[in-house]
Design a protein around this ligand. Structure first.
Ligand SMILES: [Zn+2]
Length: 344
């Protein structure tokens, strides 16, 4: 397998890194929408992060890589087997956290899986060919140029990602299987409008720009070049840094449910969303969850306004109503209101 670019070697792109780290700590934050220019390595951070995460224990032979420690959350096959062989140790192995690419033009069968009616009728079995959603279970699903994907497919992906389950129905047959993954979609707003209903359903959105200062550009190219010359040697020089990030994620996952959120922080979050005029409550919820993950990553016992400030733009910028009288970008609007509302 090719050696992925080390996460810790990614220059700048702090917002992107922060968002991906947050979803690795709390996948319930929802997907990440990466907006930005072509050729800025939008998928690099996802692959890099998945590669540094602790490998996961999975049932041998299960097409969904079910967790042997959580049979209730597993697929039907694993669930039944665990009931039949209670107390027996399941055969399992350690596998890397999957990052599955969903190519544009993939058929619905390829994505959700295909039920084979003929086999089902002739052999009396449920013949199911798992699709990309099955392979993405417990990992990441990456869609490049999500704005060019057919609407119904995007809706389907978002539904599955939020329910954690894929339901396939065909000719009266139906099958469901676990599909818990973090959806990461990239989009270039200049190449196709993103529907507001779609935007709102991504947990976080980040902007990735071509670096504009000379030193950053030079450093990006220097590291990329070194990596391409000798990926193994390059990755070795970043091993320690990557291991440090891995320990932070593991500690943050363990700490997450104990991170405190005071009423005054909840107040500040709600005030911020009201001042920005975000629709519904999804923004408030995501803001709180992302701030909690940020606090856990910092090793802090409680969320404070500095965590809110740090995650506000990625949790809220894609939920703003368009204001025809204000043509400053959403990011600038969020920054301005954050400065007004969350001053120390
Ligand atoms: Zn299974």
């Amino acid at each position: 397998m090719a050696v992925p670019f080390p996460f810790s070697a990614i220059v700048a792109q702090d917002e992107m890194k922060q968002a991906i780290l947050a979803t690795a700590v709390d996948p319930g934050i929802g997907g990440v929408l990466v907006l930005g220019d072509r050729g800025t390595g939008k998928s690099t951070a996802v692959r890099a992060l998945a590669a540094l995460l602790p490998r996961m224990r999975a049932r041998v032979g299960c097409p969904y890589s079910c967790d042997p420690a959580a049979p209730a959350a597993g697929c039907d096959i694993c669930h039944k087997e665990s009931l039949a062989n209670a107390g027996e140790k399941r055969r399992s192995h350690l596998i890397p956290v999957p990052v599955i690419d969903l190519p544009l033009g993939a058929t619905e069968d390829r994505v959700v899986g295909a039920l084979d009616l003929e086999r089902a009728l002739s052999q009396g079995v449920k013949a199911f060919e798992p699709g990309l959603l099955a392979r993405a279970n417990r990992g990441f699903l990456y869609v490049d140029e999500v704005n060019l994907l057919e609407d119904h497919l995007v809706d389907l992906l978002i539904d599955v990602a939020s329910s954690g389950e894929n339901l396939v129905e065909r000719d009266g047959l139906s099958l469901r299987h676990p599909a818990r993954f973090v959806l990461v979609g990239s989009g270039n707003p200049e190449e196709g409008e993103l529907r507001p209903q779609l935007l709102d359903r991504f947990g976080l959105s980040v902007e990735v720009r071509t670096p504009e200062d000379l030193a950053t550009r030079v450093e990006v190219v220097r590291r990329r070049d070194a990596y391409e010359q000798d990926p193994v040697a390059f990755a070795r020089t970043w091993l320690k840094e990557d291991a440090r990030i891995r320990r932070r994620i593991v500690a943050a996952r363990a700490q997450l449910s104990r991170v405190l959120i005071s009423d005054s922080v909840r107040d500040s979050a709600a005030r911020l969303c009201m001042a920005l005029g975000t629709d519904g409550l999804r923004g408030d919820l995501t803001l709180i969850r992302a701030a909690r993950a940020a606090a856990a990553l910092d090793g802090d016992a409680a969320v404070d306004r500095s965590h809110l400030r740090r995650v506000a733009a990625s949790a809220l910028r894609h939920r703003l109503r368009r204001n025809p009288l204000d043509d400053t970008g959403s990011s600038a609007r969020v920054q301005r209101v954050v400065a007004e509302q969350l001053a120390d």
